[in-house]
Design a protein around this ligand. Structure first.
Ligand SMILES: [Mn+2]
Length: 345
């Protein structure tokens, strides 16, 4: 099923417009006003689902319920926070939401150094360059970080970065295992499939550990708790930023185990070592053979939600970087066309 991310009532793109993209039948949604660490109330999730269904679509995925930093840090408060996370997962199950996409990146979610790089055709796209990242001064908090939604003051960010000095990759894996050992059984009994999103970009930034960066790491995630409910989000653009990630091989290995529960399909063009820019979705514009990726998903009987990912800004649209309507809608139509060709070919 082709899906589309929607940021709720504050999203300038109404559900009624998303419904008019011919391919899209599912919404990837979330609640954006619940403090991180608090449980998500069943009535709020149910209301979101009803809103989506009133517009002729289904609530296919929640992306995402953020994992509190204390869980990633392994602090003693994690026990209560994991209990709250389990309560949210149970409530997703009760509300009939089948997939939960989440990530385990310390402090920073997906990170770019430019939000509007001009491409040859006059459109703009998100871009990342490690050299530019190195110049960002975090002593002012997240004020200088482009597009960073979660604002940290200098003091808060400093304390958080200090706390992570004692968390290396091994420790982060341990903390992920603690989380999964407690959440996966709840997900399994609630009818919810967990879909861990790979780190974006797939390497350490600002000296923080990042562990979900490759096919081998994704396989390790699924083996920490060997249950079908413990799966991953296959994000083509995130993984492709590292040229050593063989996307179709990753799909075939994880897909054969039935552990890909959600797919993000966008294209990127690598512009150097640890440097890339996002592009239009079709294969010819970037480094990803999208036909091969969808072919591998189909060959491994993938039947889950697929969404177009970040789009460029085109036709004068302004809005949340990466999440305008037009280019993501073109991406959805492209993915739908590829999928139709593959499944009816
Ligand atoms: Mn993604």
């Amino acid at each position: 099923m082709i899906t589309f991310r929607w940021f709720g009532p504050r999203d300038p793109i109404p559900l009624a417009h998303i419904r008019q993209i011919p391919a899209v039948r599912g919404i990837v949604g979330a609640l954006f006003d619940i403090p991180v660490g608090e449980p998500w109330p069943l009535n709020r999730i149910a209301a979101l689902r009803e809103d989506v269904e009133r517009h002729g679509m289904s609530l296919a995925v929640i992306e995402s319920i953020p994992v509190h930093e204390d869980i990633k840090l392994g602090r003693s408060t994690r026990s209560r926070l994991v209990d709250n996370y389990c309560e949210s997962v149970r409530n997703l199950g009760s509300a009939g939401v089948p997939v939960l996409c989440y990530n385990f990146m310390p402090v920073f979610d997906w990170t770019r150094t430019e939000l509007a790089r001009r491409l040859d055709d006059g459109s703009t796209a998100l871009a990342y360059d490690d050299a530019a990242l190195a110049k960002i001064d975090l002593s002012r908090g997240t004020a200088d970080l482009p597009g960073w939604a979660t604002a940290y003051s200098a003091d808060e960010l400093g304390k958080l970065l200090d706390a992570y000095r004692s968390v290396n990759e091994d420790k982060l894996w341990e903390n992920l295992a603690y989380f999964l050992e407690r959440v996966v059984p709840v997900a399994a009994s609630s009818g919810v499939r967990l879909a861990l999103h790979p780190d974006d970009p797939p390497w350490s930034i600002f000296g923080l550990p990042r562990i979900v960066t490759s096919g081998a790491a994704l396989e390790r995630v699924t083996s920490l708790v060997d249950d079908p409910a413990n799966g991953i989000t296959f994000c083509a653009g995130s993984l492709a930023a590292d040229a050593s990630n063989d996307l179709t091989a990753i799909v075939r290995r994880l897909g054969a185990k039935g552990r890909i529960h959600f797919a993000h399909c966008r294209n990127i063009k690598r512009t150097g070592a640890r440097s890339f820019q996002e592009t239009a979705h079709p294969s010819e514009f970037g480094d990803i053979d999208m036909r091969a990726v969808l072919g591998a998903l189909h060959d491994t009987d993938f039947a889950g939600p697929i969404r177009s990912d970040h789009g460029r800004m085109i036709w004068g649209e302004t809005g949340q970087p990466g999440y305008g309507l037009h280019d993501r809608a073109l991406g959805a139509m492209y993915l739908h066309g590829l999928w139709e060709g593959i499944t009816r070919g």
